[in-house]
Design a protein around this ligand. Structure first.
Ligand code: 5GP
Ligand code: MN
Length: 338
């Protein structure tokens, strides 16, 4: 983000009353963590701030400081629309195209506010007045820290802000192990611990929260794991029936896809999850090295994301989605074979 933008944002912030912060649909730890971190920061500066999420988010995030104030667009559309249309500044966090805000995108398109995008996904659209986009960043939470740094306001980081930002960096880096984790990421993390983030407690609150049902569902997922050794690919399926039997709750399948990548020699992992109510199969894709699941998903499964982590969907049945996946996979055999 260039210095000129920072000067303009500083001046716009000095007169802005109403600020809205929007994470992407199906918000994850980074989307909610960055939204709440920025929320606390801006509230501390005296603004009237609202975080409006396009839909609900997983229970394992429902302890973060300030999360009780997040508005769910699906539950209070009229109030949310009013806030969006009356906003002076709208921050969009952790996404690169307005369609990632789900049904909220039409209201966002009508809004006259100054838009500020903070995001680390490739190929950002140009809807925002100020774009802080950097695909080399581990997470949007790291970028919010660096944004606060650019505003020369690191002194204002409270334990609440530190907790929210630490959480998103931790979840988006797979606890500091993905390639996007740099020495700068660790410096930011160190600063956040100094500012009051309780790293041990945060790790426990996010990861040690399995219900018995969720653990059983993981068992089913692992039973369903299939491996294509030649193409160094592994995938998991979960049908609606399997989800129902194990009393599925939002967030329960988070991280399951990574088990495929933990297999020796596997560089591409996928999970296919049936959503009967929406008539779609939602998929998560992960890779190691240069194989781009972002390209793979954009080309075949109406999705996208990063080089090593992306999502997508299919309107076919679960069975047919797997058939399509396997046939598409063969087209990538050059890249996937060892
Ligand atoms: P996850 O598999 O955890 O849902 O998502 C992995 C990454 O891909 C995240 O960065 C997420 O924002 C992105 N992503 C997930 N689903 C979609 C999608 O349908 N479209 C696009 N463009 N990105 C997605
Ligand atoms: Mn992110």
């Amino acid at each position: 983000m260039i210095e000129q933008s920072i000067l303009e944002i500083t001046s716009e912030l000095s007169t802005a009353n109403n600020i809205v912060i929007v994470p992407h649909k199906g918000p994850d730890g980074d989307a909610i963590g960055s939204s709440l971190g920025l929320y606390h920061f801006l509230k501390g500066k005296g603004h009237f701030v609202n975080v409006i999420a396009p839909n609900d988010y997983p229970d394992f995030l429902k302890w973060l400081p300030g999360q009780e104030n997040i508005l769910n667009f699906e539950k209070c559309q009229e109030d949310c629309k009013k806030l969006i249309l009356e906003a002076d500044i709208i921050f969009t966090l952790d996404f690169n195209v307005l369609s990632r805000a789900g049904d909220m995108h039409t209201t966002l398109e009508e809004a006259e506010a100054t838009f500020i995008m903070i995001d680390h996904h490739p190929e950002p659209a140009d809807y925002a007045d100020h774009i802080y986009s950097d695909t080399t960043m581990s997470s949007t939470c790291q970028m919010v820290y660096q944004f606060i740094e650019k505003l020369r306001a690191v002194k204002s980081i409270t334990p609440e802000i530190a907790t929210c930002l630490y959480t998103g960096i931790m979840t988006d880096t797979g606890s500091f192990r993905f390639r996007s984790t740099t020495s700068t990421t660790h410096r930011v993390i160190a600063a956040l611990i100094d500012k009051g983030a309780d790293n041990t407690l945060i790790h426990q609150m996010i990861y040690d929260t399995y219900s018995a049902n969720r653990m059983q569902l993981l068992g089913v997922a692992l039973q369903n794991l299939r491996v294509n050794k030649e193409l160094r690919t592994a995938y998991i399926t979960l049908s609606q029936e399997e989800l129902d039997t194990n009393n599925f709750k939002k967030g329960d399948t988070e991280g399951f896809v990574n088990y495929g990548l933990a297999l020796e020699g596997i560089i591409f992992a996928a999970i296919f999850i049936e959503h009967k109510a929406d008539g779609i199969i939602k998929m998560s894709l992960r890779s190691k090295g240069s194989f781009s699941v972002n390209d793979f998903s954009r080309a075949h499964f109406e999705g996208g994301g990063h080089v090593n982590a992306a999502g997508g969907k299919s309107d076919l049945s679960l069975e047919d989605t797997v058939i399509k996946f396997n046939s598409v996979l063969n087209k990538y055999s050059e890249q996937l074979k060892g």
